[in-house]
Ligand binder design. Structure first.
Ligand code: F6R
Length: 257
């Protein structure tokens, strides 16, 4: 595990985006796993910026989103489908056919997970972007999840619904279910970049890096990934014990650059 501690969110976003931009320059047919939520917004801004400067193109990029709410339509402003178009896809030259977001069509709910696994099959992601929930979820793999799951429909944790209620007018409006890549799908990516910022993520970041690997904090599984980089701001790093058993590289302290 490699950990990059940055002075602030803007710096963390820039560093994470730089990894994606470099990978895209080397391989324009990159397969990119995407996340939603607040954490990757800065990365997407940097990617759009690089696209507008003609540094990168998304023409041949294939994307695979981690998850989607079940119980609201794709056209709902808070669906992850809407989020991705609003915050990245509408501003770059991505081909619609190359965009993969788990379908949330309730009339076919029993088929949705297998359908998404079939899309992932043969499409090993070169890079998977992740955020992290304050309860340690990645994607929507909530505490207690099976660490060997592929895509599945999940009942969201109350903590997650509370955390995400900031995007809705009330907690009652936050969907109770979602479809998510499982831990097995996430771990299959060649490279993982997890971005987190703010004091609310400090405790869970320390657990992710130093805690016992357990489904109680699903993100701890990342300790076993051969190529995982955690990029955090100083607040999210504020509870990080840097001398524990995990073998990590402390590669940058931006504020002391
Ligand atoms: C979103 C996702 C979630 C979020 C996590 C953190 O696609 O998979 O795991 O990354 O809930 O959300 P933010 O970034 O809003 O704190």
């Amino acid at each position: 595990m490699k950990i990059i501690i940055c002075k602030d969110y803007a710096d963390a976003s820039q560093q994470a985006a730089a990894i994606v931009i470099k990978a895209l320059i080397v391989n324009p047919k990159l397969k990119l796993g995407l996340a939603t939520g607040s954490s990757p917004l800065g990365i997407y801004k940097n990617l759009i910026d690089a696209y507008k400067k003609n540094i990168i193109s998304f023409k041949d990029v294939k994307t695979f989103n981690l998850d989607e709410y079940v119980g609201i339509s794709r056209s709902h402003p808070e669906s992850y489908y809407s989020f991705m178009y609003e915050n990245l896809f509408k501003d770059v030259d991505i081909n619609d056919d190359n965009i993969n977001i788990p379908n949330n069509d309730l009339s076919r709910v029993d088929d949705l997970a297998e359908e998404y696994d079939n899309k992932l099959l043969g499409n090993q992601r070169d890079i998977q972007l992740l955020g992290i929930g304050s309860n340690g979820h990645i994607g929507f793999n909530e505490p207690g999840t099976s660490l060997s799951n592929e895509t599945f429909i999940v009942e969201l944790d109350e903590q997650t619904r509370e955390d995400n209620s900031r995007f809705f007018s009330s907690i009652e409006e936050v969907p109770k279910f979602a479809i998510t890549m499982g831990i097995k799908n996430i771990m299959y990516a060649k490279k993982i970049i997890l971005i987190a910022s703010g004091i609310k993520k400090a405790e869970v970041i320390n657990k992710t890096v130093n805690g016992e690997i357990s489904n109680k904090v699903p993100a701890t599984i990342l300790q076993l990934h051969p190529n995982c980089t955690i990029i955090i701001d100083e607040d999210a790093a504020s509870k990080l014990e840097l001398d524990k058993k995990v073998d990590y590289t402390y590669s940058a302290l931006s504020s002391k650059r």
